[in-house]
Each structure stands twice: as C-alpha cells, then as structure tokens.
Design a protein around this ligand. Structure first.
Ligand code: COA
Length: 326
C-alpha cells in the first residue's frame, strides 16, 4: 500500500517580538489577564514590508534543505492561509515563483486554523492516488495585518509565522495513517474578516467601520472548539484502534492553553506528551501546527515508529486531525 510520509519539516518566524507588556500601551489589558485566559506571553510580528509568501518561503527553504531536495523536485505546492499576499493570485503561486519550482502545480487552501491539516489531507489523497509523488504543504499567516489593534478581545491572541512539511510516497509501514477533515458552515460567522471580499468590497465605508479586520465571537468559539476537539481526538484514535497511552505526542493547534489542556485531559495525556509553544507565538492560525511539529522534530520529541496526532479547530468552522506513524 502507498502511504504519504513526512520527509522533512521547516519553519520561519519574524524577528520582532511583541510582549504582553508591550500590548498594554495599545489597549486596556494586562500580562496577568492574557496569561491566565490564553497562556500567551509573547508573539512574533512581521515588519511592514513582509507578506505571507515571505514567511512561507523561509519555512519552505528550511524544509527543502533539511530533506536535501531542490524546489524543482516538487510536484505540488499547497499553501494554507487566510492572510495571503493578495486576493488574487494564490500565495502558493507566488511561493512557487520565488522557489523556482517549475514543475509544481500550486494552490491555496482556506480552512483558517485547520488549514495545514486540510493541506496534509489533500497531499495525502494525491499521493495515495499516485497523481503526485512529492508535495510541499505550508501554513503561513500574517494575521497582524488583519488585526484590529484597538480591539483587546482579539489583538492579544494572534501572531505571525510559517511552517512547512514535505510529503513523499512510500511503500513502508509509516506515514499518515489517517487524515480527517470536517466543517460546519452554519457557524461561519463565529470568525470572519467581513470587508474586502465580494460581499462587502473595500470602500471608505468598510474601512471606517473597520470591517477589514478579523472579528471573533471568542467565548462561543471557545466552547465549540473544546467540545469538537475532544470528540475529534477520541474518534481518530478509536478508528485507528489506538489507545491514548500509545500516543507519543499530541501536536494541537495553539489557540488557547485552556483548550489544549482540556483536550489533553480528555485523553488523560500528561502535558509532557503535548507540544505547547503558544506562550512564544500566540495563535498563528494555519501556521501553528507545522511550527509546533517542526519544533518537536528539532527538539527530538518525535522518533521513528512514534505515533503522533495533529489536531486543529478554526474559522468556517473547520476541524481536522492527522494521525501519523513517524
Ligand atoms: N484584557 C483584559 N480583559 C479582556 C481582554 C483583554 N485582552 N479581552 C477581553 N477582556 C474582558 C472582556 O471584556 C470581558 O469583560 P466583561 O466580563 O467585563 O465583559 C472579560 O474579559 C471576559 O471576556 P470573555 O470573552 O468572556 O473571555 P474568555 O474567557 O472567553 O476568553 C478568549 C477570551 C478570546 C481568550 C477565548 O474566548 C478564546 O480563546 N476563544 C477561542 C479562540 C479559539 O479557539 N479560536 C479557534 C480558532 S482560531
């Protein structure tokens, strides 16, 4: 049987660090509130000239280098993002050009914070069906450019960054064992960037009403996320006849430390077996899972033969999991 396995990972984050104390000069907040309610201590913020494809490029180059591959070896490039360089063309095409990946097809996936795992699932399907042999999946976000820096309920949460993985076909007993993607569009209004699309095209009025910034019903989203993720992780393990105790590492989307802890508790997983870096990066949306995966790999927390579980919940609403034998 042909499976898709992750040959290499890479990540890239902007240099500038914005701490909770720095945010106090922008909105009425405190380090205590942010730490207690979210677990975030600081986040990375891109500079004025950087766009999502620049961060994607950094992560993709790191993944290519780590696998000792050239960009021309890629058959397909998938970029998961909700903060791409432009509405048209796709950030994946801009990245393809920058990498000079002449042979590759390229497109974006929009599934908000679940985007990277959606990308993995698409790559997995293409590889298993033998249409493509080698796929680059990148999660890249610059949410800071769509953040309302006057809204304390959202501006403390998000950060910028990118993570990447290269997948290849293998006949060995390893790689993606299951990739599950789900959505429930009836809750599309929980998280949205209302202005600048075809519903409310950019105008003086949309800008005056700050509609080009991300809006989130935080508390409602929180409750749905906890409930959904708890079910998702138990279902994924059950369907693969695995017990939580057989899981070496859980790599969750980093939206809120309280959500991560609730999921770990449901699986009775000690926090040593959960990858947590939300304190340093905040919520980087589609970039959060691949950055965490790359850091786990670099830190030696993922070894050959280990079972690891990636999971995420995001706007749409969408949710997704990938169970991988490393
Ligand atoms: N600093 C200080 N106080 C703040 C604040 C901030 N940055 N942001 C909100 N508050 C206040 C609110 O105004 C509210 O005050 P009130 O009670 O006087 O009205 C109070 O804190 C509680 O707000 P609430 O929104 O109920 O807090 P919460 O416990 O739900 O935490 C989030 C807010 C955003 C951290 C949380 O809801 C969350 O993480 N949501 C989900 C995010 C998520 O999962 N996203 C997934 C896809 S990306």
């Amino acid at each position: 049987m042909i499976r898709a396995w992750i040959v290499s990972t890479g990540s890239f984050v902007p240099e500038r660090i914005l701490t909770n104390d720095d945010l106090k000069s922008l909105v009425d907040t405190s380090d205590e509130w942010i730490m207690e309610r979210t677990g975030i201590r600081e986040r990375r913020i891109a500079d004025k000239t950087e766009a999502a494809s620049d961060l994607a490029y950094g992560a993709a180059k790191a993944a290519l280098k780590s696998a000792d591959l050239k960009a021309r070896d890629l058959d397909l490039i998938i970029v998961a993002t909700v903060s791409g360089d432009m509405l048209l063309p796709s950030t994946a095409c801009i990245l393809q050009d920058r990498l000079n990946a002449k042979k590759a097809a390229a497109f974006d996936v929009n599934a908000a914070c679940s985007g990277f795992i959606y990308g993995l699932s698409v790559a997995n399907a293409y590889i298993k069906s033998k249409l493509f042999k080698r796929v680059l999946v990148v999660g890249a976000e610059i949410l800071s450019k769509f953040t309302d820096w006057e809204d304390r309920t959202t501006c403390v949460l998000f950060g910028d960054g990118a993570g990447a993985a290269i997948l290849e076909a293998t006949a060995e007993e390893k790689g993606i064992l299951s990739a599950k993607i789900h959505s429930d569009g009836s809750m599309w209004d929980l998280l949205q960037t209302p202005g600048g699309g075809s519903r409310k095209p950019a105008s003086r009025e949309t800008i005056r009403r700050r509609l080009h910034f991300i809006k989130m019903k935080g508390n409602e989203t929180f409750k749905v996320a906890v409930r959904t993720l708890e079910n998702l992780v138990t279902e994924t393990l059950d369907e693969n006849n695995l017990k939580p105790s057989q899981l070496s590492l859980l790599i969750p989307h980093q939206a809120n430390l309280r959500i991560i802890k609730a999921t770990a508790e449901r699986l009775k997983l000690p926090l040593e077996r959960v990858m947590i870096n939300i304190d340093r990066y905040g919520n980087t949306s589609a970039a959060s899972v691949p950055i965490a995966l790359d850091e786990a790999v670099k830190a030696g927390r993922v070894k050959e033969g280990d079972h690891i579980l990636l999971e995420a919940f995001g706007g749409g609403v969408t949710w997704a999991s990938a169970l991988i034998k490393w």
